[in-house]
Write a protein that binds this ligand. Structure first.
Ligand SMILES: Cc1cc2nc3c(=O)[nH]c(=O)nc-3n(C[C@H](O)[C@H](O)[C@H](O)COP(=O)(O)OP(=O)(O)OC[C@H]3O[C@@H](n4cnc5c(N)ncnc54)[C@H](O)[C@@H]3O)c2cc1C
Ligand code: FES
Ligand code: FES
Length: 1345
């Protein structure tokens, strides 16, 4: 840091070791520091915005006021290192390690199968570890709360939660849980058919093997820091960075003086608002003032009037303080505190609540602030202080609107917030509705307070404030004023709704969209408040002393269902699978729930992912420049400014590509024209990531917009814009059949796209070697051979010089099949041009922008059926939004059409599919490959038929299902026996019949809440449609010490393929897995591999490994025969002596896939996986929220190779599918710009989304398919079963619509978001909102399906 003024020393501790940083840069986050400076790569980057928890670490600090040590979890990506002066940081490496000692949290998460790809695991471990530091025996609710801010894209959370529960008070005795009890207590049926049966097991891990938790063994708080806290330094600390200076005063006086000197300088507390804003807006504050050491800002005081909380208190502390007051004071005084508490439970994740300060929250004045509306209606006051003195300002609408007269002056600081007690007769309530219940910003939230004149129903005072409707919290002051003096009755409610809709009006083009939904929420929340007030007043009116004439409108029981919000409870469940035959040798691991090979390494952070590879000498970092236009000519690219920046080595453009620039259809780097926002144009290579990212901002590209810009499927159809010819299958005579049916229904289904959201973004490290143009490529991919091939053609270097290495992948889900080759090739061009190693790690925003995902789908159906529900003719036409290039769209269309029939035998069918070309990033492979979208159309058809016939959907499903050995629409023979078994067992296990009755009874009693129930069958074909993809190879070496190195063509994506492969090798070689090792997947050891995808990775590679092992064993046979009592080591030694090769290649020539599209016939798939899922939900018709009450899945795994892994795949895929169908919503502008580029605005399921009861059974084996040891590949199929939640939601919506006398046949839209649910449950409130003429405004976002 040459030329910078002298900085103070930054002193903090990491894992018990003292860190002294003499040149601390305020712009460096703890995450960067840990990973780059300390080489502690266990802490992961996955979003950089505090929203995913992958970077969770524990911070311990001695509280300046209480002098107690506080341990709390934080997200390291948002913490500037300068804020850590005097703190102790514990990372996953500090908790335990395989080399020294595992911590019980690490051991249990791994052994409970809570890790798949393992990328989220260190964060999970740290959240749990922090919880246990504070509560060695937490409650299950505390556990849920602690994990609420950690995302996992693989596991579906159940096993993670399960591991945590082993520490909880409630967890004792039987593993089979079920509300804490043993499965034997779950009813006779269950216990007789399962638990007493000897071959069905419900134990996936042995709890009694776990080490106990011993809190005395934890790292102690460094005594040096304790001494520092006891005698706090008062001097101001200053840290100078290149662009930013961090000043941390030790006293309030100094802070205030600094504020006079630097009035523009923001205060940094949690940095949860400033940090993300600086990142997304690229804004730099030259000076940051950090008041963390100022105890006045952490003071809490109580008086008889209320509570004063220091502005520096974290939201987690505020929660505890409020909870304490609520427990001490009478209810009437704590109305505001209770309302705040309600929102503090769901506001962000635990880590953010630990970091974010009350002051920062209030001053940020975010429009979505959950607390400001309540503080505003609760008449909170802000205590401001400056060098000139102190003053109070009300937290009023004027303050919230940022009016200068009501705001802080530049030199002022918010010292504390006073929140008065509520008074007698006052009711304060809080409301919020977000995409999901927890850890999501509210679409709309509200605080409402009413004071009624004592003993009357007359409004004395009323305050209402809303969030989410404007630039900041908005107050409905005028409406409230006009309502004063009115009586609390229906007339008042109607008038209030009208006034509110007028006052807090929202234009049709409002940013954030969802305009009609938001308007509806305004009045729906008011109605909820209206009910709540009536409910609290009712007992008063019933008192004998009530004044004459005091009567409140009577609310009948069904309408009271509008009162309560849907709660979140801790999920429970049972997993059942067939245990291995008792005669199977103990050494043979096949069929046993073996822990993921990398489980412990995931849990300790020792598992290396691509970007964990230490920096190599002369390495450069690459950042990508992407198009900001959807369709334009590139007029010029000006690189000059970027090239002048320090550290920038080069900019790579299409001209630098020595070989081929992608394909004609899909260029690696754009030439002359761009086809979508996010298309890669060029790439900067610089010495550091920061320099590379700064440089891309300086590259100026001029465009000339071109027409047309096609974004939606509708537009594509209009412009006849398609990527490939139509795919069509037909059977029977559809036209004739339509003439003979009782009824015909036509409908439309729209299914939105899906982002892969693998936790590890796309990354690659290319290392050019000095000789012969050789390159080593370390890449996170599902298809290293494709990366190798692409790099080869891009560089014009033969494949034999290029070695791709894949150690493990932090989730792929199809997104790393094709796309990773693009990044590998661009990085390789950079490496060749500069002669340096090049590392390319995509930010989450860029990953989401550039890579595309699941194809959105628009389906039209026409179905002809008899009145008894028998479907005679079905005509489905689907269009998928393929984006701007072909990618996998043609194959996805084919699979879609092939699989549309799902589980149904319908004699007359016509299925057509077409991939639309639009100006969006190209969509690609995604788990299920068209099946989850297409089959939603088929199942929606069935639901529509049921509605028309007045039958239950499950009856219509059953009636039309395949029953006997038959042929599919493409004439492939199959037996549906296991389909029927899954269906029957699922009906039985879920007690479907009796629960259907209960749901109906519930719905009769509740007007504003409805339950829905659905059971969905599944016939899923695995495999690729091309024969060349059904092959695999393996290479097995036995070393002279007896150890075995297995290599095969599959990549470890989290699906446990390496574990399964060693299980296979162990059975074949008849030695324990402990003899074996898999190092990586590499193109140098196993060439010409196929992508690890289509659910067949273990099938084909397993056979190759088996083949190699059998070859080896055959070679060893004579030696074994000669010395049958010898040990493995003896035999290997002897074999070596006798010059027997101890290395073998295994090969599997797999299925011959065949499909003749002309004839519509073929055998495209090796086999089918069958399954069924039943889900029950409850919806809140007033807000659109839903909760998942229960899911039962029965899946046909045949003879599972590893039931723990397979159940993990089923559960993980199910939860991912649930996300697709309920909360994951990609938002695009009409110009084709993707808005949702991170976990803040794209909501994948969190732990609170897991069904309250979640049971999974693997169907006991019966049939023997073509596969290794009769197992089946379960990677993708569970995804579609997530639709059972979707259909349960639509079932509930249909119940609401029936009751309201509205037509049941609504357009089906997925995801069934709160917005969709609320607007579908039309009522007097949806009717009263203003509707804009679509022609009069340009919407903020448009649906692309
Ligand atoms: C992942 C994530 C999820 C979130 N989810 C939600 C949610 O669901 N609901 C919700 O309401 N909020 C949510 N938030 C927002 C969060 O509540 C705020 O970011 C947070 O409260 C800001 O506090 P901070 O201490 O981090 O502020 P900082 O970022 O440190 O500071 C923010 C601003 O406040 C000013 N400031 C801070 N303290 C003072 C003071 N004492 N005097 C004067 N000025 C001061 C600073 O100058 C700065 O301009 C979320 C944030 C993140 C990152
Ligand atoms: S929360 Fe830090 S990387 Fe996501
Ligand atoms: S295991 Fe959690 S993200 Fe992969």
């Amino acid at each position: 840091m040459l030329g910078l003024p002298q900085s103070d020393e930054l002193v903090f501790f990491v894992n018990g070791r003292k860190v002294i940083e003499r040149n601390a840069d305020p712009e460096v986050t703890l995450l960067t520091f840990l990973r780059k400076n300390l080489g502690l790569t266990g802490t992961k980057y996955a979003c950089g915005r505090g929203s995913c928890g992958a970077c969770t670490v524990m911070v311990s600090k001695c509280d300046p006021v209480s002098k107690k040590i506080r341990h709390f979890s934080i997200t390291a990506c948002l913490v500037p290192i300068c804020s850590l002066y005097g703190a102790a940081v514990t990372t996953v490496e500090g908790v335990g390690s395989i080399k020294t000692k595992l911590h019980p949290v690490q051991e249990r998460i791994a052994k409970s199968h809570g890790t798949q790809c393992g990328f989220c695991t260190p964060g999970m471990v740290m959240s749990m570890y922090t919880l246990l530091r504070n509560h060695p025996q937490p409650s299950e609710e505390q556990l849920m709360e602690a994990l609420g801010g950690n995302l996992c894209r693989c596991t579906g959370y159940r096993p993670i939660l399960e591991s945590g529960k082993t520490f909880c008070m409630e967890s004792n005795g039987c593993q089979q849980k079920g509300a804490g009890g043993c499965c034997l207590a779950q009813g006779e049926e269950d216990s007789s058919s399962l638990c007493r049966s000897t071959d069905i097991s419900t134990e996936l891990f042995a709890k009694d093997e776990f080490q106990p938790l011993d809190p005395t063994q934890e790292l102690i708080f460094p005594p040096e820091l304790l001494r520092l806290a006891e005698n706090p330094e008062e001097r101001t600390l200053t840290f100078h960075g290149e662009r930013v200076t961090w000043i941390s005063p030790g006293t309030l006086k100094d802070l205030l003086e600094l504020k006079v000197k630097h009035p523009e300088a923001p205060l940094v507390l949690g940095n949860t608002s400033l940090g993300p804003a600086m990142k997304s807006q690229g804004h730099v504050h030259p000076i940051l003032l950090s008041p963390v050491r100022i105890s006045e800002l952490s003071m809490v005081s109580t008086t008889s009037e209320g509570l004063t909380i220091g502005a520096g208190c974290s939201l987690a502390q505020v929660k505890d303080i409020l909870a304490e007051r609520v427990s001490e004071l009478p209810e009437e005084k704590t109305q505001t505190y209770r309302a705040l508490l309600k929102h503090l439970k769901s506001l962000a994740g635990q880590q953010i609540r630990n970091m974010a300060s009350l002051g920062g929250h209030i001053i940020s004045r975010h429009c979505y602030s959950d607390l400001n509306p309540i503080l505003a209606v609760g008449n909170a006051t802000l205590n401001l202080i400056s060098a000139g003195g102190a003053r109070q300002v009300p937290l009023s609408e004027h303050f919230l609107a940022g009016l200068a007269s009501a705001d802080l002056r530049p030199e002022e600081v918010l010292e504390s917030v006073h929140i008065p007690h509520s008074q007698k007769g006052e009711l304060v309530s809080a409301f919020r509705q977000a995409q999901c219940q927890h850890n999501a910003w509210a679409h709309v939230n509200a605080g409402m307070r009413v004071l009624l004149k004592e003993g009357t129903d007359t409004i004395e005072d009323l305050s209402i404030a809303f969030g989410g409707l404007g630039a900041a919290t908005v107050s409905a002051r005028q409406s409230c004023q006009q309502l004063r003096g009115r009586r609390w009755n229906e007339l008042m409610l109607d008038e209030a709704c009208r006034l509110l809709l007028d006052e807090v009006s929202l234009p049709g083009s409002a940013p954030g969209g969802r305009v009609e939904f938001k308007r509806t929420l305004v009045v729906s929340f008011l109605f909820k408040f209206y009910l709540q007030v009536l409910q609290t007043l009712k007992p008063l009116a019933e008192r004998p002393s009530a004044p004459d004439g005091l009567r409140y409108p009577d609310v009948s029981d069904p309408f009271l269902s509008g009162l309560e919000d849907l709660s979140v409870t801790v999920p429970q469940g049972v997993q059942r699978y067939q245990s291995v035959d008792s005669r199977q040798p103990l050494q043979d691991p096949v069929g046993r729930p073996i822990m993921h090979l990398s489980g412990l390494k995931h849990a300790t952070g020792e598992a290396m992912f691509c970007d964990d590879i230490p920096r190599v000498e002369k390495e450069l970092f690459m950042a990508l420049v992407t198009s900001t236009r959807a369709h334009a000519k590139i007029i010029s690219i000006d690189l000059s400014k970027a090239l002048e920046l320090p550290g920038v080595v080069d900019v790579i453009t299409a001209e630098d590509i020595p070989g081929t620039n992608g394909t004609e259809d899909e260029k690696l780097l754009a030439v002359d024209e761009v086809l979508c926002v996010g298309q890669i144009i060029c790439a900067v290579a610089a010495e550091t990531d920061v320099q590379a990212k700064r440089a891309i901002e300086e590259i100026k590209i001029t465009y000339e917009d071109l027409e047309p810009v096609i974004v939606t499927i509708e537009d594509a159809i209009k412009h006849n814009s398609f990527l490939c010819p139509e795919k069509k299958l037909e059977q029977g005579n559809i036209e004739e059949a339509f003439e003979k049916v009782d009824q015909i229904v036509e409908g439309e289904v729209h299914v939105g796209g899906q982002e892969h959201f693998y936790m590890e973004t796309q990354r690659v490290l290319v290392i050019p070697k000095t000789e012969d143009n050789e390159l080593d490529i370390y890449v996170s991919t599902q298809d290293p051979a494709h990366v190798q091939k692409t790099v080869s053609s891009t560089l014009n270097i033969p494949s034999n010089r290029i070695t791709c290495h894949v150690k493990r992948v932090g989730g792929g889900f199809g997104g790393k099949v094709g796309k990773s080759a693009v990044f590998g090739a661009i990085a390789a061009v950079g490496a060749i041009k500069t002669g340096h190693p090049v590392r390319l790690v995509l930010d989450r925003e860029d990953d989401m922008l550039i890579t595309g995902g699941r194809h959105p789908l628009f389906g039209k159906y026409k179905v002809g059926f008899m009145n008894n529900g028998r479907i005679k003719a079905l005509d489905i036409e689907c269009f998928i939004n393929g984006g701007c290039t072909l990618d996998d769209s043609e194959q996805v269309t084919e699979f879609l059409v092939l699989k549309l029939e799902n589980a149904y035998k319908i004699r007359n069918l016509r299925f057509r599919g077409r991939a639309c070309m639009t100006n969006l990033p190209s969509n690609t492979a995604f788990r299920g490959y068209g099946f989850p979208q297409g089959t939603l159309v088929t199942e929606s058809c069935i639901t529509a038929v049921a509605a028309k016939c007045g039958l239950l959907p499950e009856k219509v499903r059953e009636k039309n299902m395949y029953k006997t050995v038959d042929k599919t629409i493409y004439k492939q023979a199959f037996s549906p026996e296991n389909l029927i078994r899954c269906w029957d067992e699922c009906l039985d296990k879920s007690s479907f019949g009796s629960r259907r009755k209960q749901v109906e009874a519930f719905n009769k009693k509740n007007y504003w809440k409805k339950k829905g129930l659905a059971i969905i069958p599944m016939k899923f074909s695995v495999g690729f449609g091309a024969t060349s993809y059904h092959q695999a190879a393996a290479l097995v070496h036995i070393y002279t010490d007896g150890s075995v190195l297995v290599t095969h063509g599959g990549n470890e994506l989290g699906q446990g393929i390496h574990t399964k492969m060693l299980q296979v090798a162990s059975r074949e070689l008849k030695i324990p897995m402990s003899y074996m090792h898999i190092c990586e997947t590499s193109t140098a050891t196993v060439p010409n591999t196929i992508a690890t995808a289509a659910s067949i990775g273990s099938d084909v590679n397993g056979r190759a490994v088996q083949n190699a092992c059998q070859i080896l064993l055959k070679r060893l046979e004579p030696i074994i025969k000669k010395n049958p009592e010898g040990s493995w080591e003896n035999w290997i030694e002897a074999a070596f002596e006798q010059r027997i090769s101890l290395s073998a290649t295994g090969y599997f020539r797999g299925y011959k896939a065949f499909m003749d599209w002309e004839k519509g016939e073929g055998d495209p798939f090796p086999y089918y996986v069958y399954g069924a899922a039943c889900s029950e939900v409850e919806i809140d018709c007033l807000t659109g929220a839903h909760k998942k009450i229960r899911t039962d899945i029965v899946m046909d795994a045949c003879c599972s190779l590893n039931p723990a892994i397979d159940i993990g795949q089923v559960e993980g895929a199910f939860i991912q599918g649930m996300g697709l169908y309920t909360t994951e919503e990609l938002k695009y502008s009409p110009e084709g710009v993707l808005y949702s580029r991170g976990p803040d605005d794209y909501k994948i399921p969190t732990i609170t989304d897991v069904p309250e009861e979640f049971n999974v059974s693997l169907l006991p084996a019966s049939q023997t398919p073509v596969n290794i040891y009769s197992s089946k590949g379960l990677g993708e199929s569970g995804m579609f079963l997530g639709s059972s939640v979707f259909f349960a939601i639509t079932d509930a919506v249909a119940a609401a619509r029936r009751e309201r006398d509205i037509a049941e046949d609504f357009t089906v839209e997925s995801p069934a978001t709160p917005e969709w649910v609320r607007m579908a449950c039309a009522d007097r409130f949806t009717e009263m909102i203003p509707r804009d003429d679509p022609k009069t405004f340009r919407p903020w976002s448009i649906p692309i399906a």
